[in-house]
Ligand binder design. Structure first.
Ligand code: NAD
Length: 256
């Protein structure tokens, strides 16, 4: 018996990275999974491998959300879970951030999460779950990623309000706050066909040895296990909360 037998879950940004691992684990635990992304080839391939459905979903587009819910209902007849995972990161100091770039990040990270809640929650069976992907930078500042940090702080606000508003239907809404995780976002070399992924990951472990108490970058599979916990009945009395998964980074600094 899987932890998610009989449940139908949409995972956004699921073609690669954390979303891919979430889709894999939720499917392995018995859920029918809808893999949603803008990377159609990768998403289709993953869905085929998993026995899941792929939908093209740009999370900033309201009509794409409506179409994704229609496709989910057509395939599985219901929807019980949503993992709002899609996100983008841009590096600029705040004073150097072009407004267009600011709005682009808001559109994916913040509006995407809002539209997901707004479109999917009304369609969801009572007793559903929503997991929003925020970040370590939802809990503290980080220079050079001000736009990203602002949107991830906003995701926590959306999480708390949605949890209050949806609790009467027993729909639980929580947020994941990952620190540095070894995906293309923190390790762009993973997208370079000529780079050795093991070598680049080892190099990042070296960098994070100094920054993070547990001494290494996190793995997307570890985040997926938290998403499973928050999507399954193992977290049945938890809603409205941020869950930090960061190897202890947020605990403080070490002076010796
Ligand atoms: P990633 O770049 O590998 O994956 C992001 C996925 O989102 C990709 O598949 C991408 O195609 C998809 N995406 C981007 N824009 C989209 C859009 N408009 N509509 C639909 N899908 C879109 O990075 P990741 O680490 O797997 O990121 C997953 C989530 O985790 C993001 O929300 C990110 O902000 C968050 N996060 C990542 C880290 C990290 O260090 N990797 C840390 C904290 C939080």
């Amino acid at each position: 018996m899987g932890k998610l037998d009989g449940r139908v879950v949409i995972v956004t940004g699921a073609a690669r990275g954390q979303g891919e691992q979430e889709a894999r684990l939720l499917r392995a635990e018995g859920a029918e999974v809808v893999v949603a992304d803008v990377l159609d080839d990768q998403g289709e391939e993953l869905a085929k491998e998993l026995g899941a459905r792929y939908v093209h979903l740009d999370v900033g587009q309201e009509q794409d959300w409506r179409d994704a819910v229609t496709a989910t209902r057509a395939a599985y007849g219901r929807v019980d879970g949503l993992v709002n995972n899609a996100g983008i990161l841009r590096f600029h100091s705040l004073v150097d951030t072009p407004l267009d770039e600011f709005m682009q990040v808001v559109r994916v990270n913040q509006v995407g999460c809002f539209l997901g809640i707004k479109t999917v929650a009304p369609e969801m069976a009572d007793g559903g779950t929503i997991v929003n992907t925020a970040s370590y930078t939802a809990m503290t500042g980080m220079a050079a990623v001000g736009t990203y940090a602002a949107t991830k702080h906003a995701v926590l606000g959306l999480t708390r309000v949605a949890a209050l508003e949806l609790a009467p239907r027993n729909i639980r809404v929580n947020a994941i706050c990952p620190g540095a995780i070894d995906t293309a976002m923190s390790n762009p070399a993973l997208l370079d066909p000529d780079a050795d992924p093991e070598e680049t990951s080892k190099a990042l472990d070296g960098l994070y040895r100094k920054l993070v108490p547990l001494g290494r970058i996190g793995r997307p599979e570890e985040v997926a296990r938290l998403a499973l916990f928050l999507t399954s009945d193992d977290s049945s009395y938890i809603t409205g909360q941020p869950f930090v998964i960061d190897g202890g980074w947020l605990a403080g600094v070490s002076v010796i």
